[in-house]
Design a protein. Structure first.
Length: 202
């Protein structure tokens, strides 16, 4: 957040600059969110996990499903952590899909635009819930899933927040050669962080 505060004043894209200012104004809420995550006494095993699991890693071909990039980034040893990191990555990519759909929707009258926004918000909420319900059902009894469902939810929120802040850091420190594209990616990240702060991420 300190890097964002230093960098955003000099950005050319007024839309992204304004969104950065709005997020910075809510910095206290972000800190409160982090402080509210309590995983003391967490009982869950670590295991191998995908490590880079997003919607674009899932291919559906002739009624069958293939998951690509299963090894994640190149490493000398298998990666082990909470598999809830993969759940968080999938939820983040669902948010990105909803926001991209909204951004790419053709210009309509204000009432139609409001309906599109409302419909995408309902879809995102339902998609999030479907992923979480399906995952809980499939992983039931697995030692890598916390015994306390509340802690599982907090871990997912923490990993989502961690991913978004990492993406934000990369966008600030290593902007893409095409600055317009970089600004747009950063704008989507800022919107997702603001959405998460509003409490609707998990």
């Amino acid at each position: 957040m300190d890097a964002l505060a230093e960098a955003h004043e000099g950005w050319e894209d007024g839309r992204v600059r304004e969104q950065a200012g709005e997020l910075l104004a809510r910095r206290g809420e972000l800190e409160t969110l982090l402080q509210g995550i309590d995983v003391q006494g967490l009982h869950a095993a670590i295991s191998r996990y995908h490590g880079d699991f997003h919607l674009w890693r899932v291919l559906v071909v002739q009624g069958d499903v293939f998951i690509t990039g299963l090894q994640g980034p190149p490493r000398s040893e298998p990666i082990k952590h909470s598999p809830l990191r993969d759940v968080a990555s999938l939820l983040c990519s669902l948010e990105l899909a909803a926001r991209q759909a909204r951004r790419l929707a053709p210009n309509q009258s204000p009432p139609i635009t409001a309906l599109i926004k409302e419909g995408l918000e309902r879809w995102l909420e339902a998609a999030h819930q479907a992923v979480l319900d399906g995952y809980r059902e499939g992983i039931a009894g697995c030692p890598s899933y916390p015994q306390d469902p509340r802690q599982a939810g907090q871990l997912i929120r923490l990993f989502m927040l961690e991913q978004r802040l990492h993406e934000l850091e990369l966008a600030i420190v290593h902007p893409a050669a095409d600055r317009a594209r970089c600004f747009d990616a950063l704008s989507l990240t800022l919107q997702s962080l603001a959405h998460m702060q509003g409490g609707a991420a998990t």
